[in-house]
Design a protein around this ligand. Structure first.
Ligand code: SF4
Length: 263
């Protein structure tokens, strides 16, 4: 943890400068960052986001083509046959609760919003099954309204980055909003989440193969030697991630590239 001291007396303006620099490096590190849920309209994204709780986006994307073909409007969810919908959602886990959420969501949209998904945060969070995190995903990715998505990766990484010292998602959202320019919020969320899934893992972050190493107060939480760190990189761009961090890509095991998605 040799770098913690370096950041001990950091001023608020110093932290903002460092945060913005880290955000720029994250943009270079993860040019492929995007919303990993498949959708073609705001309702589909809302449904996919509800289904993504406690499972991977890959699993959700396996279920949604069949689901979206059968259920095209809020009215379709409102009038769904519960047993049939449960069967369709079963592979995503917690399928009874998710079925309940989607039927209630359909009803609320039909009754209160003329069957159209609203594009305001306050309206979205008033809907069943839609919390602040989901609402920000929908705003940022379906409506082009900048939003910060605080999921488990975003919470862990922003604390490790020293951007916040906070566990409450709403407080994290507001504090990061103060550090990063609004126009970057949506993409920053994707990039931080990509970094959390591919580099800065919960148990063993790949500090020795991380492009943020010199700017991160938590450098040293994981191995700092290139060889063990490179083994921890994951995802289809694991070798490129090593190169970006100045590490020999041949140290990345072949299996890292096809490693399963992290929820
Ligand atoms: S991998 Fe290590 S250096 Fe990189 S962001 Fe995470 S804790 Fe910081």
């Amino acid at each position: 943890m040799r770098s913690v001291k370096r950041f001990a007396g950091e001023t608020p303006i110093g932290r903002k400068r460092r945060a913005r620099k880290m955000a720029r490096v994250l943009a270079e590190t993860h040019p492929d960052a995007h919303c990993e849920l498949d959708f073609t309209n705001p309702l589909e994204l809302a449904v996919a986001t509800v289904l993504s709780a406690q499972t991977t986006d890959v699993r959700v994307n396996q279920v949604t083509p069949g689901l979206f073909a059968q259920y095209r409007t809020p009215a379709d969810y409102a009038s769904a046959d519960r047993a049939r919908l449960e069967e369709t959602l079963r592979p995503t886990g917690f399928f009874r609760a998710k079925t309940d959420s989607l039927i209630k969501l359909g009803n609320a949209l039909v009754e209160r919003y003329d069957g159209v998904l609203p594009n305001k945060l306050d309206d979205l969070v008033s809907l069943p099954g839609i919390g602040r995190k989901t609402a920000n995903v929908i705003l940022g990715n379906a409506f082009g309204v900048p939003g910060i998505t605080v999921d488990t990766h975003f919470r862990r990484l922003t604390n490790r980055f020293g951007w916040v010292q906070e566990e409450d998602p709403v407080k994290i959202e507001f504090q990061v909003a103060d550090l990063i320019e609004k126009r970057d919020w949506t993409m920053l969320s994707h990039r931080v989440i990509f970094h959390g899934r591919r580099v800065c893992h919960s148990r063993k972050p790949a500090c020795g193969a991380c492009t943020l190493a010199t700017m991160c107060p938590s450098y040293g939480t994981g191995p700092t030697e290139a060889a063990p760190a490179a083994k921890l990189l994951k995802g289809p761009r694991a070798r490129e991630l090593a190169v970006a961090a100045g590490v020999d890509p041949d140290l990345v095991p072949a299996a890292a590239v096809t490693a399963p998605d992290v929820p």
